[in-house]
Design a protein around this ligand. Structure first.
Ligand code: NAI
Length: 308
């Protein structure tokens, strides 16, 4: 299994590192536009191989896409991250051009590739890849829900004072501060609804802190996070590489599911060797349905700024 990661910056390098450390891929190719940067990151990572015990071969290239030929999966992390106080939506001007260009290069060299879109505003960038790549819709997967759900579980465990492995929960809808929908009604601690343990005040705390999870880190770090985003991507790549048929919330092109069409939004899906094997239909409360529709409206407005 060959994986290409475009953008050897914070998220791209972290993602390559987690993929290599889990040892399920034969090759990872890092691509960046900055001269020598991807080559340098690849060499540094390869020098951890004997220390960390992996055999994955990591190489880097400055924009030579012929080196990515025959990739099964490509991850797009190229583009600018947000700075403190910025929204993800403010990145669209620069990132749309980069994502479109990168997509064309990837598909030209790997016509059967499955693309995982990470660059922000992610739901809109995933939509852009659908509109410009010519790939079937099962092969384009936006990464947002995997990360946001991990952040949700972190906050649930904190509020419950429980080990993270005891809690389960999922975030769907948009990958934005306002459009994220942590499904508290379905979150559990050892199979028991968390609403049985948490006061309304604590429930609200968990939801709000999950939604601003990225912004909180951006304020602390001066740029956006990379460990959890990289780990989230690696889980998605592994689900494809090992045909795990794992349920992961991802931003997918909807065609009537959850009442929406012609939009990419976060929904639970089974991810396996074919990319998206199936979108899972879970029952939402009336309030959750209204929030999902609101998130769709906001993402559609951002999509309106795209020029193909
Ligand atoms: P970064 O600035 O550390 O890395 C981005 C890299 O992309 C840079 O090395 C840059 O040289 C490269 N690049 C720019 N244009 C390129 C092109 N045309 N071809 C190849 N490489 C190019 O940024 P970071 O922190 O890695 O974030 C990357 C993107 O991922 C941002 O848009 C950020 O907002 C997004 N992100 C998305 C998350 C999600 O959950 N979907 C989570 C975290 C970040």
């Amino acid at each position: 299994m060959k994986v290409t990661v475009v953008g050897a910056g914070a998220v791209g390098a972290s993602c390559a590192e987690y993929i290599a450390m889990k040892n399920f891929c034969s090759e990872v190719v890092l691509v960046d536009i900055k001269e020598g940067f991807a080559e340098g990151k690849a060499m540094d990572l390869m020098q951890t191989a004997s220390l960390n015990g992996f055999d994955t071969k990591i190489t880097g290239t400055t924009g030579d896409y012929s080196k990515t030929a025959g990739s099964h999966v490509a991850v797009i992390t190229s583009g600018i991250p947000r700075k403190p106080g910025m929204t993800r939506e403010e990145l669209i001007g620069i990132n749309a051009g980069i994502v479109k260009d990168v997509t064309e290069n990837l598909v030209k060299n790997s016509p059967d590739v499955i693309i995982i879109v990470v660059s922000n505003p992610m739901d809109t960038m995933a939509y852009l890849v659908h509109k410009t790549s010519g790939l079937p819709k099962n092969k384009i997967i936006g990464m947002g829900g995997a990360l946001d759900s991990a952040r949700f579980k972190y906050r649930l465990a904190e509020a419950l004072e429980a080990p993270i492995s005891d809690v389960d929960g999922m975030v769907i809808a948009a990958h934005s501060d306002t459009g994220m929908l942590p499904l508290l009604s379905k979150a559990t601690r050892n199979g028991v609804p968390v609403t049985e343990f948490l006061s309304t005040e604590k429930q609200n705390y968990v939801i709000e802190e999950t939604k601003v999870g990225g912004a909180t880190l951006t304020k602390l770090l001066g740029t956006s996070a990379w460990y959890a985003p990289g780990a989230a991507v690696s889980v998605m790549v592994q689900a494809i590489a090992c045909d795990q048929k794992k349920m992961i919330p991802c931003s997918l092109m909807l065609d009537g599911e959850y009442g929406e069409s012609d939009i990419c939004l976060g929904v639970p899906a089974i991810i396996g060797a074919n990319g998206v094997e199936k979108i899972v239909d879970i029952t939402l409360t009336e309030e959750e349905k209204a929030k999902f529709a609101e998130a769709a409206k906001a993402v559609r407005e951002v999509n309106g700024d795209l020029k193909f």
